[in-house]
Design a protein around this ligand. Structure first.
Ligand SMILES: NC(=O)c1ccc[n+]([C@@H]2O[C@H](COP(=O)([O-])OP(=O)(O)OC[C@H]3O[C@@H](n4cnc5c(N)ncnc54)[C@H](O)[C@@H]3O)[C@@H](O)[C@H]2O)c1
Length: 259
């Protein structure tokens, strides 16, 4: 095996590309650069962008619409899938705008259901569909944020969704381990993307993270993609059920620098 192409011969399903700023896009590019073939699943509302973006990806096999809330699209996407799957990337999250306004105590049951279905349960749904294509085992990963374990300003209901997602990662790792399928999460520091644009005061958060994180830098999509490539490869073959922090060390802080 060419050591420069550790993912040669592997196929990755990547969900969550909405634009060239998406973390999923950086991951798709990195996995492709390391030799993996890529199949993209995307939400049709982003079709006008994806139709131009996807074909620029080396090793692209296909890009097809697949809204995780629409069973007919999921059935069609996985029905059309002909190659065995080795890697699954879940970079999907959504909460209605109302979930980021007002007080947490006013969270509606509808917003809770939507946020948890899209941002947490979609991982289980995705793995249910992907598993029959992963007869040789493989590596699945999702994207989470510190708000799943700590209170982070303005994150509110999404913190609850990420907590559920991280619990799902552990439970899925235990459930799918005997099938040779690993499941991990990457907890990324804040990065300016479309989804991040929905979080109030996000630019202030970027400035604050950069000022106090031990490495005094904000992370990039590429930094996360490198960790994803590690999780996709056999270099991490005995790791499952873990949440890995790619956040310039922000998550270790108790009292950030005071001056
Ligand atoms: N940007 C950050 O600061 C940051 C930090 C930590 C974790 N994350 C996580 O990274 C992941 C990717 O987000 P991003 O920041 O790249 O933003 P993004 O807006 O580029 O990606 C979010 C994706 O979720 C997809 N999505 C939403 N609902 C869907 C559905 N019903 N079916 C299928 N796909 C659906 C969207 O189509 C989009 O591609 C998310 O889980 C997000 O919470 C982001």
């Amino acid at each position: 095996m060419d050591k420069g192409k550790p993912l040669d011969g592997k196929t990755a399903l990547v969900f969550g590309v909405a634009s060239d700023t998406s973390i999923a896009w950086a991951i798709a590019k990195e996995l492709s650069a390391r030799g993996a073939k890529i199949v993209l699943g995307y939400q049709f509302r982003y079709h006008s962008r994806i139709k131009d973006l996807a074909p620029t990806l080396p090793n692209l096999v296909a890009f097809e619409r697949c809204d995780m809330l629409k069973d007919d699209e999921c059935e069609k996407f996985f029905g059309n899938l002909k190659t065995p799957v080795d890697i699954v990337v879940h970079a999907i999250a959504f909460a209605p705008a109302t979930a980021f306004q007002g007080r947490l105590i006013d969270t509606t049951q509808d917003d809770f259901t939507t946020a948890l279905q899209v941002s947490a349960h979609s991982l289980v749904k995705l793995m249910k569909y992907a598993k029959p294509h992963m007869k040789n085992g493989g590596s699945a990963m999702t994207l989470t944020y510190l708000g799943g374990v700590r209170v982070c300003a303005n994150y509110k209901l999404m913190g609850v969704a990420k907590a559920a997602l991280e619990a799902y990662v552990r439970e899925l790792a235990a459930d799918l381990g005997p099938d040779g399928i690993r499941v991990n999460a990457i907890s990324a520091g804040p990065i300016k993307t479309l989804a991040a644009g929905g979080i109030p005061e996000f630019d202030l958060m970027l400035d604050y993270n950069k000022a106090v994180a031990p490495l005094r830098e904000n992370v990039s999509q590429g930094d996360v993609a490198n960790c994803a490539a590690f999780l996709a490869s056999d270099d991490s073959k005995m790791m499952t059920g873990q949440t890995l922090y790619v956040d310039a060390g922000y998550s270790i802080l108790g009292v950030p620098p005071l001056s």
